[in-house]
Design a protein around this ligand. Structure first.
Ligand code: AMP
Length: 427
């Protein structure tokens, strides 16, 4: 299928063609025709599947020739809002439609110039959109298209009250709602049920469902030795830029401090950092001025940076789908990357849940001196803790779909290991 077959206005087709898009992605092929018919859409699609164009193109098509605020796009984080607005502006080139962007952490007044100049599409985080509603800076009564992007994340971040508030200010009849979420837990389903009328459901597998193109390893490690192991890895030759995930903000700050003291160039990203700090952190990381970005899950989906060589889960993700999002930050655009997950004794269950979702066992790398515990295998016997690495990509792929076997691992000599990962085996 080609974009010309989608009945989109020629200027929109021209814009995506100029952006280098040749064919619509699966989520675009499903969502665009339904949305063009005016239907509500319930999309299960994570970032990386082309979902922004899936909701923006039919919306821009619908709004052609109209003026005033007609479309509101809600995003959970500032980073995602910035990305969505940037993409939307690209799709809206050579139309008379303007895209505004508002997010917390900046002075509310600073948004007014854009808002007063008039925008047809407003992209924003729920908190800041509410601030403007309360100050009567925006009027949602003519909003024809309401879009929720990463609804699951917005609920996780506690934005339900703000979303309710915003809904109360939008018209009920004649409104089209496009609702996107990477996951569909019950809280998301019930919000979708509240907001959508007779929706068409569309679904796209994440581009990296099973972290295709990513070499994945689990490092068993004592909790007290995680930072030492991290330093050990980061000082290896192989790594060019690493995104390190911590479960807590406090942890992220602490890790960043320790790495900085060890002489690495580090930035931190979490929800306590203000907007200027976050944008600066991301810019510095993008530009290669810092090698390590330590982040909490806030950054799990928002970061779209080319060429991250390593994603390191300092703490194992609490939800298995989160793992796929985190790991998806590396090996973007068909490159290869390495994803490393530290696993303390208390995190064995978290890693098992990830492996259950993936459908295969991730190779273990035991670096002597960092781990003393032995994992139990399914038959209750402790597993042999030796240095293991996956066999070739082809063999590893062939092992996918098999449950929790040991097929994905073979022993490597310390030299081979060092060459592959820049990991020494000395304690
Ligand atoms: P998204 O899932 O909207 O964050 O999109 C992920 C990336 O894919 C963005 O960098 C888009 O510019 C790009 N993209 C979206 N649609 C297409 C397409 N049909 N062909 C190629 N790239 C696309």
């Amino acid at each position: 299928m080609r974009f010309t077959e989608l009945d989109l206005a020629p200027e929109l087709v021209r814009n995506v063609t100029e952006l280098g898009y040749e064919t619509p992605t699966p989520i675009q092929q499903q969502a665009i025709p339904a949305a063009l018919e005016g239907k509500d859409v319930l999309g299960r699609a994570p970032t990386g599947t082309g979902k922004t164009a899936a909701f923006m193109l039919p919306t821009l098509h619908r709004l052609r020739g109209k003026e005033g605020l007609r479309c509101l796009v809600l995003c959970p984080t500032r980073e995602l809002a910035i990305q969505v607005a940037e993409n939307a502006r690209g799709y809206a080139r050579n139309t008379e439609l303007f895209v505004g962007l508002v997010y917390g952490g900046t002075r509310v007044d600073a948004d007014l110039r854009d808002l007063r100049a008039g925008v047809e599409v407003l992209v924003g985080t729920p908190g800041r959109v509410n601030d403007h509603l309360e100050r009567n800076n925006i009027d949602l009564s003519n909003v024809e298209v309401l879009i929720l992007d990463e609804a699951d994340r917005m609920l996780d971040m506690g934005f339900k009250p703000q979303i309710d508030q915003i809904l109360r200010r939008c018209k009920r009849t004649g409104r089209q709602t496009l609702f996107f979420s990477a996951t569909m837990p019950n809280s998301v389903k019930s919000l979708a049920y509240e907001m959508l009328r007779d929706p068409v459901t569309v679904e796209a597998a994440p581009r990296v469902t099973t972290a295709e193109g990513v070499d994945q390893f689990v490092y068993p490690v004592e909790p007290s030795k995680k930072t030492d192991l991290l330093l050990h890895l980061l000082k290896g030759k192989e790594f060019s830029s690493a995104l390190v995930f911590s479960r807590t903000k406090f942890g992220a700050d602490r890790i960043a401090g320790q790495l900085t003291r060890a002489g690495l160039k580090v930035e931190v990203m979490h929800s306590d950092r203000n907007m200027t700090q976050r944008v600066r952190a991301l810019e510095a990381f993008r530009a290669g001025e810092v090698q390590v970005l330590v982040a909490t899950d806030v950054a799990q989906r928002g970061i779209d940076v080319e060429g991250i060589s390593h994603v390191i889960n300092y703490d194992a993700p609490k939800d298995p789908e989160g793992y796929v999002h985190r790991v998806g930050r590396t090996a973007r655009a068909g490159e290869t990357g390495v994803a490393i997950t530290f696993m303390s004794g208390g995190e064995i269950g978290d890693v098992a849940a990830v492996e259950h979702l993936l459908g295969y066992r991730i190779a273990r790398v035991n670096v002597p001196g960092y781990s003393v515990f032995a994992e139990e295998s399914t038959d209750g016997e402790p597993q042999v803790t030796t240095v293991t690495m996956p066999v070739s990509k082809k063999e590893e792929r062939a092992s996918r779909g098999r449950r929790m076997g040991k097929h994905a691992a073979k022993e490597l000599s310390p030299e081979e290991l060092q060459k592959l990962l820049g990991v020494g085996t000395a304690a």
